[in-house]
Write a protein that binds this ligand. Structure first.
Ligand code: ARG
Length: 606
């Protein structure tokens, strides 16, 4: 059950009766919210100010009148009206206890399937194959995967699609390297490795090492690579053959990363897939009067509708986009328009989400605006943007020399550090006489991996998506605070109670005992458990996974308050012990489920 929905349903008939404009009722209901301050109750209804204005009455009086009209119920204590007209709601302990007990038998932990499921296409990851993965692609993969999981959990249909950059200059680089510098034996033995070597070797020959962004250049080596790319795009059989030969190896380079991140993407329709469709896109947009010839190039207006006619206009802060360059080459924009058409026709989605970094905001603004003019206006388009990951020097990772972080190394470091901290922790506990688990090497390896990868994901997802954040391996692998490790420990500690007490947990899930609310910390924990559905819904509504990590952090705090004050195995009575075991089991299930929505795994023993 979603408590917020339930509370709103109790207010709805009263508001429909009092509001002068019934159309405003949903807005008023939206003002029923969890209390920011627990002293003011569990939930708060704040519509009296707006409603009072509409009625020309004092908000205090309106609040009192609404409260008086509420039918008697067993959900909350008689509401109090505070300040200018806040209605404070405190759930009845008996009701709270009953709902938590209901939660125990619900596989989805109170999260209800949405009434009207939608179809989403989520564009995520989008690495430029043959190049090392950029941290921006890492963020897109982690955030995008979490959104896929959250929306699916709510019952939506989600099609995930990896818009691979598999058609750009990086292939010109590989083709040039292969034609002139390849080591045949090495290529035979391990093509993935040899191609990676060639990529790096050619990059070193550039005037500026690693400057592999496409664009006008006076660098002779880069020029040759661009020519090879142009030949590929023009359909040159030799280069096309090499592209086909290289692609499997390029995809093979990415595979272990996705595996390690535990990310599965339904489709990988990259830029190359759309190549044959691009001339048709341009012709159609010209025919429909959306694209224009400008000195031999085909251009479209920017999102504001500005059509470029002069060089000056092209230099504007919001420049119109080019669909076909004077030399006949198509662009990133053309490909994205073809992609929208394909996705619209194939999946007829209600919404298309693009999980791509903030620097591409202008690109998507233009593409979305022009796609709508073109007739693809049935879907909502959302650029789910995110900020940069900064290095310890607070500069974007991507701007440092080398330009990229070797992701696998980074995950290795995170794993090593996590395991090291885990072992220090264990040693410290052993030293003060605590019982600690004796784990096999395989189990330790697994902990390093699950905690290390979890740390990187959690650190990313716990930031408000749009802000930049500093990549700090030490902080993100900490065993205390709002980190993956802390949540994973909390989960494992709960499992240990059942294991060590030899208690069968299935009883709590199929035939739960009554829940007893006997202590304020017990009540706070019960309430926090019940809020899980609200939070999942809010995270989905705004595409904000950090609402889930914030929830986990609050849950963990409630849990430790409970843990300190409420003995479980040594509870005062068998009823209390059973009730507390149920809470412990539920906390574990909610943590595990919430982490799963973030794409983070747990281990049973640590
Ligand atoms: N490959 C692109 C890049 O590295 C990201 C692709 C994003 N998706 C899209 N449909 N444009 O910038």
């Amino acid at each position: 059950m979603n408590v917020l929905h339930h509370l709103r349903s109790l207010f709805a008939p009263v508001l429909a009766e009092v509001a002068p404009d019934r159309a405003k009722v949903p807005d008023y209901l939206g003002m029923v919210k969890p209390s920011a301050n627990a002293e003011h109750g569990d939930y708060q209804a704040n519509f009296a100010m707006a409603l009072g204005k509409a009625l020309g009455q004092k908000p205090q009086d309106v609040a009192k009148a609404v409260v008086a009209k509420l039918p008697a119920n067993d959900v909350f204590e008689p509401p109090t009206v505070a300040g200018p007209g806040f209605i404070n709601l405190k759930l009845k302990d008996t009701w709270l206890a009953g709902r938590v007990r209901d939660l125990a038998t619900d596989q989805k932990l109170g999260v209800e399937a949405v009434a009207k499921p939608k179809t989403f296409v989520i564009d995520l990851s989008g690495p430029n194959v043959a190049k090392p993965l950029h941290v921006g692609h890492l963020r897109s993969t982690i955030i995008g995967d979490s959104l896929v999981r959250i929306l699916r959990f709510l019952g939506h249909t989600v099609v995930s699609d990896n818009h691979l950059g598999d058609w750009g200059l990086q292939f010109g680089i590989l083709i040039h390297g292969y034609k002139n510098f390849r080591d045949d034996a090495a290529f035979q033995a391990d093509p993935v490795r040899e191609l990676a070597r060639l990529y790096v070797a050619i990059n070193k020959m550039f005037k500026k090492d690693g400057d592999d962004e496409d664009g006008p250049t006076d660098d002779p080596v880069k020029k040759v690579c661009q020519e090879e790319t142009a030949k590929l795009h023009a359909g040159d059989p030799e280069n096309l053959g090499l592209w086909q030969q290289f692609m499997p190896s390029c995809l093979e380079m990415l595979r272990p990363i996705y595996e390690r991140l535990d990310v599965k993407i339904d489709h990988a329709l990259g830029e190359s897939f759309y190549n044959p469709l691009l001339p048709g896109v341009v012709e159609d947009m010209i025919a429909k009067g959306i694209a224009f010839d400008s000195k031999g190039a085909i251009v479209i207006p920017n999102a504001k509708g500005l059509v470029p006619r002069t060089e000056e206009e092209q230099k504007k802060e919001e420049p119109p986009a080019i669909l076909r360059k004077r030399d006949g080459a198509f662009t990133y924009t053309t490909t994205d328009l073809a992609t929208i058409k394909h996705r619209s026709v194939t999946w007829k989605p209600d919404a298309m989400l693009y999980v791509v970094g903030a620097p591409q905001a202008l690109h998507f603004k233009t593409v979305f605006a022009q796609a709508r003019r073109w007739g693809y206006d049935q879907s909502e388009f959302v650029h789910v943007q995110f900020g940069s990951m900064l290095g310890p020097d607070r500069k974007p990772f991507g701007a440092r020399k080398g330009g990229v972080v070797e992701l696998m190394d980074l995950l290795d470091d995170a794993g090593r550090l996590s395991l090291q901290k885990y072992e220090e922790n264990t040693a410290a506990r052993r030293a003060v006489g605590h019982k600690v688990l004796e784990l096999t090497d395989a189990e330790k390896h697994e902990i390093g991996e699950v905690v290390g990868v979890g740390a990187v994901k959690y650190a990313d997802l716990s930031q408000s998506r749009t802000t930049d954040y500093v990549f700090d391996l030490d902080k993100m692998t900490a065993t205390d605070g709002n980190t993956a490790a802390y949540m994973q420990y909390a989960y494992a500690r709960g499992r240990a109670i059942f294991r060590e007490g030899e208690i069968d947990d299935s009883r709590f899930r199929t035939n739960p005992p009554p829940v007893v609310v006997s202590h304020p910390t017990e009540r706070a924990l019960a309430l926090q458990l019940l809020r899980f559905p609200e939070v999942v819904e809010a995270a989905a509504a705004e595409y904000l996974p950090h609402l889930i990590t914030a929830y986990l952090w609050d849950l963990a705090k409630c849990y430790s308050g409970f843990y300190v004050n409420c003995p479980v195995l040594k509870a005062e009575s068998p009823e209390l012990k059973d009730s507390r075991l149920l809470l412990v089991d539920l906390v574990g299930r909610v943590i595990k489920q919430a982490l799963d929505l973030l794409g983070i795994r747990t281990v049973e023993r640590m």
